[in-house]
Design a protein around this ligand. Structure first.
Ligand code: DLL
Length: 447
């Protein structure tokens, strides 16, 4: 294959070509076999699923085609919270086969806890190793992992990917950004794994320290996910670091990073369909929407031994992309996440996702990629302030210039999103930086 996109490092690399390029018929046969095993595992070992299947009048023997998946009940985040900590485990937590736990942050209720056997960890590592290959990495790569290590799945998920690939791993975790820059340079990291917010902070810190990482460092690929990232922000990361950045998606409940990931063509995220079945459903009717249309993403795990999940409602909004990808992978692609059903803002009756503001702001050269949405009450109505930050070269002392910029942003938002918000232009570096997931929405509403 000619290298028309991305890294400029020659032919496409695959970590598991036999799976990634498998013909659809064989892949679907594999999915069906694994789906049957998963359904049986859930029914026999997890009281929650036994009860849900019984209530729906279904037994594992009723699953004979992939379409039969639609007969099965859903699992929600609330079900996982109610099962805290181990009630959705198919293997007792004290069993020697259970090797590790991860959990979501649980800021609004019980955390969701997930257990992993060694096979679960190896499969997870394989999916992240595919991502390493997708940015041109291999066993000679030096992988800088700057996602947080801990119960959060980012750090250790990327780490397992490095192990499976055989790359040399720099287990940095997040934080201490100057040291991240120094180590990136001195250890010759060629692949960075962290949130897009943190990738930008690392790039800006390197530049502030007088480096030009795009020229002076070996870094050439970035695997960034865990939060939305606009195309403008991606471009900024790519230019400042001199990398190809691919978007990686995942969630603690389903596995962690690697559920899907872009290839260097950056045209949708290839889903690890040998480990998960993806469905896109209308969030109201819970009926499937046609390929190409947006809806709620729902996953069923196919290989997980400790924490299998059936039809887990992620609340993330995406769609299946039609057509084949130039990279040669046959694994279907989902679009980048548009937002979450529970993140949607309703401003004077108009529905908007925070990431839509990010897309509009990306067209302004005067602005950095940092922004914040502050919600408050003004009488009975919600008041929305959109804080945007200027680049250092913008003349912040000229009030007329600020007002003119404010007006243009305001008009662009009105015409693109049909909402009216109070735009507040703030000075460079005044919006809080993040070493993990950025806090884009600050809700100060009194309920
Ligand atoms: O964020 C797992 C992860 C770690 C993914 C590192 C990628 C890289 P949670 O903390 O459970 O897990 O958060 C999951 O984050 O439901 C999405 O709403 C959001 N999210 C994850 N990846 C992306 C992405 C990890 N690439 C929740 N784009 C998910 C947009 C993302 N949103």
């Amino acid at each position: 294959m000619t290298d028309t996109a991305g890294t400029g490092r020659g032919p496409e690399k695959y970590f598991q070509p036999e799976i990634e390029k498998m013909d659809r018929e064989s892949l679907e046969a594999l999915q069906l076999e694994r789906l049957k095993q998963t359904v049986a595992r859930c029914y026999e070992n997890i009281d929650f699923y036994k009860a849900a299947f019984d209530e729906a009048g279904i037994t594992p023997g009723d699953i004979n085609t992939l379409d039969d998946l639609q007969k099965l009940p859903f699992t929600t985040k609330q079900d996982m919270r109610d099962a805290y900590p181990f009630d959705l485990f198919a293997i007792p937590a004290t069993d020697a086969r259970v090797q590790r736990f991860h959990a979501s942050s649980g800021t609004t209720g019980n955390a969701t806890v997930v257990g992993y056997t060694q096979n679960d960890i190896d499969n997870w590592g394989d999916t992240f190793a595919r991502a390493i290959a997708q940015v041109g990495g291999d066993e000679q790569s030096v992988l800088q992992v700057s996602y947080g290590y801990g119960l959060f799945t980012g750090g250790l998920g990327a780490h397992e990917g490095g192990i499976r690939m055989g790359s040399a791993i720099m287990p940095m975790s997040s934080g201490n950004t100057k040291r991240q820059v120094q180590m990136m340079r001195d250890m010759g990291a060629d692949i960075l794994a962290c949130t897009p917010s943190y990738a930008l902070l690392i790039a800006d810190t390197a530049i502030d320290l007088g480096f030009d990482p795009a020229k002076d460092f070996k870094i050439s690929g970035a695997i960034c996910g865990a939060e939305p990232c606009s195309e403008g922000m991606r471009k900024e990361i790519e230019e400042k670091l001199g990398v190809t950045m691919v978007d990686i998606y995942g969630l603690s409940e389903v596995m962690g990073p690697g559920v899907s990931c872009e290839c260097r063509y950056q045209n949708g995220l290839h889903v690890a369909e040998d480990h998960f079945i993806i469905e896109i459903l209308d969030p109201q009717t819970l009926e499937p929407v046609p390929d190409g249309e947006y809806g709620e993403v729902v996953f069923t795990t196919l290989t997980k031994e400790c924490s299998p999940l059936i039809r887990y409602r992620t609340r993330d909004i995406s769609r299946i992309l039609l057509g084949e990808c130039e990279c040669g992978r046959t694994l279907r692609r989902m679009d980048r996440i548009q937002g979450r059903t529970d993140d949607m803002l309703i401003i004077r009756g108009v529905n908007v996702f925070p990431s839509q503001f990010q897309e509009v702001l990306a067209s302004f050269d005067e602005l950095t990629s940092y922004y914040q949405i502050v919600l408050s009450n003004k009488g009975p109505l919600d008041h929305v302030v959109l804080k945007v930050e200027t680049v250092p070269s913008f003349d912040f002392d000229e009030i007329r210039k600020i007002e003119a910029l404010q007006k243009r942003i305001d008009a662009e938002i009105k015409s693109n999103l049909q909402v009216s918000v109070e735009v507040k232009v703030v000075e460079p570096k005044s919006i809080e930086r993040s070493e993990g997931k950025a806090r884009r929405v600050i809700d100060e509403r009194v309920k």
